[in-house]
Write a protein that binds this ligand. Structure first.
Ligand code: CA
Length: 244
């Protein structure tokens, strides 16, 4: 079963989380501050971190960023009591995969944790190797290559790209992306989706520009009010990702 790290300074909430997650078969490590969280992340190996952003010692956003660096494969769900949208966006930009706003129902948290730990299904992501321009995506091996060079994508970024690639050249609705990549029962804000698309574009552009000449990659087109489309042919040269 999965190893979880809970970072929460409020004893009541921490105890509830530890007992509920433990009862569901997860192995749980509980840290009450940022320093403890980072120490645990340096020595242990976790599948998912539940990170309260309001910590007594360190800035939760900074802890999120450092956790990302220490354990790139680990999923991070931030918990925030603050309703401020900026916290959520900052958390996602610092590398969180998802967020929950306090107060949350334990059933919702457990459903979310379960959904995250279950990889997006092969059906949704497509099993064939996708290739367009100089991008190659192999969902089975979970590899993303740009002109033969491997690009390190975060788990959700990979799933998102694979989901778009499974219907390359066609519009994929926001609802379909949220359902297939995050959680079938998702009904919350889709800021998560936009931040992940932005991060994915940034990562691909960086990978393309790091090569000489810059690699030619398919664009991810925003369809206002609907969703996104991964262009199959890579778009005309004037639209190539990277320097003109
Ligand atoms: Ca707190």
């Amino acid at each position: 079963m999965a190893d979880l790290l809970v970072v929460e300074d409020e004893v009541k909430i921490g105890e509830l989380l530890v007992s509920a997650l433990g009862a569901n078969g997860y192995t749980v490590t509980w840290e009450r501050d940022g320093a403890g969280a980072l120490a645990s992340a340096r020595t242990g190996s976790f599948d998912l971190v539940l990170l309260d952003l309001g910590l007594p010692d360190l800035d939760g956003i900074e802890v999120c960023r450092m956790l990302r660096r220490l354990q790139p494969e680990c999923l991070v769900v931030v918990l925030t009591a603050r309703r401020d949208e900026m916290d959520v966006v900052e958390g996602l930009e610092a590398g969180a995969d998802d967020y929950l706003t306090k107060p949350f129902r334990m059933t919702e948290l457990l459903a979310r944790v379960r959904a995250h730990l279950r990889r997006a299904s092969a059906d949704a992501l497509g099993s064939g190797v996708f290739s367009s321009g100089e991008l190659t995506l192999d969902p089975g091996a979970r590899r993303c290559l740009v002109r033969g060079h491997e690009v390190a994508l975060r788990p959700k970024e990979f799933d998102l790209l694979a989901r778009l690639a499974s219907e390359a050249g066609r519009a994929v609705s926001r609802e379909a992306l949220m359902d297939d990549v995050w959680d079938r029962n998702w009904f919350g804000s889709t800021k998560t989706l936009d931040v992940h698309v932005a991060a994915l574009r940034r990562r691909l552009a960086e990978a393309a520009e790091s090569l000489e000449p810059p690699a030619y990659l398919p664009l991810i087109t925003t369809l206002r009010g609907h969703g996104y489309r991964l262009e199959f042919q890579g778009g005309p040269p004037g639209e190539r990702i990277g320097p003109a």
